[in-house]
Write a protein that binds this ligand. Structure first.
Ligand code: FES
Length: 281
């Protein structure tokens, strides 16, 4: 019998849910592990910004970005229920099994940012892929210059990863939060994410800076305008692009944008790459 010499990337590996945490409306975080410890060890080589394909048996396969950092022990997904697969995932319980392919994609090249100022700007669930960047940067804090986090949500109850946010506010980072609509008892900033850039004492460095921006398209456009207005170059602004993925390994063409496959050339792109592809985020 001929033994396969390379691993079949289309075969998902079995995993089991450990615990589930409610984040915000329709968004939950699922902590899980692979059934085979070797699969777990292989998967843990992922970089911030990469993604995985989840298989729910009898339902389908879908893509999720990776919120954990490689510096963390646990693996988890944060998922908003919007379609058939994500709704099925939200119905699952600890102990239930599913399967995972990945990690896939280029990810953020964190080593290239060593010695630079990091400006992280997230809106809503755009914090999911950027959480991995923040945790990784904090784990090697001495390797970067300043670290600023700007995060906005619709309302105080829509702020995600509340435990992390509290820690980031105390950690060696500047962490600024805002909401579109305040609520009783909320004492923080009210306004869009860009309003945080104008707060007294906030100074975004322009030289030697990489800005990470993830969030709804409207937020992205305004933040981009603000950052470029301050003098940041498109090549120093990075984001992740979302596209419908199928194979996730550059074969099926479903995620194609111009000459790029989002699944292998992305999902992380600099803004000047996005402009050359002629595509909006
Ligand atoms: S998902 Fe198949 S080529 Fe990208």
């Amino acid at each position: 019998m001929i033994q396969p010499t390379t691993e079949n990337v289309y075969i998902p590996k079995k995993a089991v849910i450990d615990r589930i945490v409610d984040e915000i409306t329709d968004v939950k975080t699922f902590y899980w592990h692979f059934k085979d410890p070797k699969d777990q060890a292989d998967f843990k080589k992922f970089k911030p910004g990469m993604f995985a394909q989840l298989t729910l048996f009898g339902v389908g396969e879908f893509v999720l970005s990776l919120p954990p950092s490689p510096f963390e022990k646990e693996t988890f997904f944060t998922c908003r229920q919007v379609g058939v697969c994500s709704r099925a995932l939200h119905k699952m319980k600890p102990g239930d099994e599913f399967a995972v392919r990945g990690p896939f994609g280029n990810g953020f090249p964190m080593e290239e940012y060593y010695g630079r100022n990091l400006v992280i700007v997230a809106g809503g669930i755009g914090l999911i892929p950027l959480r991995s960047v923040i945790i990784s940067a904090l784990a090697e804090r001495e390797k970067y210059k300043s670290l600023q986090i700007f995060y906005g949500a619709k309302s105080p109850t829509e702020l995600m990863y509340v435990k992390d946010l509290k820690e980031w506010e105390k950690a060696a980072a500047e962490c600024y939060l805002t909401v579109d609509r305040g609520a009783e008892g909320y004492k923080g900033n009210v306004g869009n994410v860009g309003s945080l850039f104008k707060l007294p004492g906030v100074k975004i460095p322009v030289e030697n800076t990489t800005a990470f921006v993830c969030g709804p398209p409207i937020m992205f456009r305004f933040v981009l305008k603000d950052l470029m207005g301050l003098g940041l170059q498109p090549k120093n602004i990075v984001s992740t692009m979302e596209r419908y993925m199928k194979c996730a390994v550059g074969k099926c063409g479903h995620c194609c944008i111009g000459s790029a496959y989002v699944c292998v050339d992305g999902p992380v792109f600099t803004y000047d790459q996005v402009l050359r592809l002629g595509e909006g985020i």
